[in-house]
Design a protein around this ligand. Structure first.
Ligand SMILES: [Zn+2]
Ligand SMILES: [Zn+2]
Length: 400
């Protein structure tokens, strides 16, 4: 009988389409213009540029505008072609782009913050302009009247901001590693809850309104998926980067999470699998396998006259175990561990080769990513690097 050939799962490998160079400084934010084969970039070199792809296949600027100070962040709404720019000085400046993307007209200015604007987010449905700044304020303005509607003082400098239109919840990720959930009203807001799961700064947030899950990326190299819609309060860890996570995007039609890190790594996570929460680490005075006491357990050590052992934790069962009972390492992809981690001997035996099948693919963008953007309609990924280069990648499925 001929062996059955099973179709391979759709593998996506980023394929470099184009490079945009010619910047004097790092591009702090950039977006792909859907349907237009264009890119809008804002750079620390104070330029705002709109790049359109020419017949030669190269991107050339159709708009080249120099601001008086550098731009730190932006939000672009393709429907209204409204470009909201967060400035180093604390103001937000808005422009409207012409239909052919050859012209940019100033629209309005908001004196939003004292100090650098860290994130700006325009919400068309609400006519709200949300922003956070170095002054630790989270503000929202009416984009029609220009009036400030409300403010909230955050615990630390905010580096990630997402908004759910349907329920009017704002997700605010900050430098202390915390994610704050706020319920916004027209002119007030209330604190819903805070999530603490990262040991480093929150560097990126991504909200999927369909699955109702929030992804947070951190300088501690990890990503956490917070299941908000499921109401079970589960938090799934994803460990697949060797450096600071710098950007996150969720492609809901393929159920893939794309993440980038500052070492140039691009990881594509298959989120169409049932993932498991990592266990709480258990506390014990002795190894939960061989019952040898740990070194701080002076009493038992004295009684049994043994030398204490170092406490380790099995990443699969969470038991406190000694080094001898956890000498083996394994990946546990369904728990988010794409790299080998410590497991106890009995868990090591229970993990099958099937369990070890990776749930993510790993790629190298060959530049230190500072910002990323994904456009689902074209399947194009944009990465901006510390090398002052913007790269465009085709993420379409590869038939294997
Ligand atoms: Zn032991
Ligand atoms: Zn174990």
């Amino acid at each position: 009988m001929a062996a059955e050939i099973l179709p391979q799962p759709q593998a996506r490998k980023p394929c470099l389409l184009s490079k945009i160079e010619a910047f004097q400084d790092v591009v702090s934010s950039a977006v792909i213009i859907p349907k237009e084969d264009g890119v809008i970039s804002v750079s620390e070199d104070r330029t705002i540029r709109v790049w359109l792809k020419r017949d030669s296949g190269q991107y050339w600027p159709s708009v080249y505008h120099t601001m008086t100070t550098s731009c730190s962040c932006m939000s672009f709404n393709p429907e209204t072609r409204r470009l909201s720019l967060g400035m180093d000085t604390g103001s937000i400046q808005e422009f409207i782009l012409s239909e052919d993307y050859n012209k940019m007209t100033p629209a309005s200015t908001y004196q939003a913050h004292q100090g650098r604007v860290s994130v700006v987010l325009f919400v068309l449905e609400m006519e709200w302009l949300l922003s956070t700044g170095q002054d630790k304020n989270f503000n929202w303005h009416c984009s029609e009247s220009g009036q400030q509607l409300g403010t909230y003082r955050t615990a630390a400098w905010v580096s990630g901001l997402q908004f759910d239109v349907e329920t009017r919840h704002a997700f605010v990720g900050d430098q202390s590693g915390q994610v704050t959930i706020l319920k916004l009203e027209q002119d007030s807001c209330s604190l819903v809850t805070t999530f603490k799961g990262h040991t480093g700064n929150v560097t990126a947030l991504c909200w999927d309104p369909v699955q109702r899950v929030l992804f947070s990326g951190s300088s501690d190299h990890s990503i956490i998926m917070w299941d908000i819609g499921g109401r079970k309060g589960t938090a799934i860890e994803l460990q697949g980067h060797n450096d600071k996570v710098q950007g996150l995007c969720y492609a809901s039609h393929t159920r893939q999470l794309i993440s980038c890190s500052s070492d140039g790594g691009i990881v594509i996570w298959n989120m169409d699998v049932t993932r498991q929460e990592t266990p709480e680490w258990l506390d014990s005075d002795s190894c939960q396998k061989c019952e040898q006491p740990f070194f701080w357990n002076f009493k038992q050590m004295w009684d049994s006259k043994k030398i204490g052992l170092r406490q380790h934790h099995c990443r699969k069962c969470g038991q406190a175990v000694c080094g001898k009972c956890s000498s083996k390492r394994s990946t546990i992809p369904l728990m988010g561990f794409e790299f080998e981690v410590r497991v106890c001997d009995s868990c090591h035996e229970s993990i099958t080769d099937e369990d070890r099948a990776p749930t993510a693919t790993f790629h190298d963008s060959k530049h230190s990513v500072v910002y990323m953007h994904y456009e689902p309609t074209t399947g194009t990924l944009l990465t901006s690097g510390s090398d002052k280069v913007v790269k465009l990648w085709d993420m379409s499925p590869v038939v294997s």
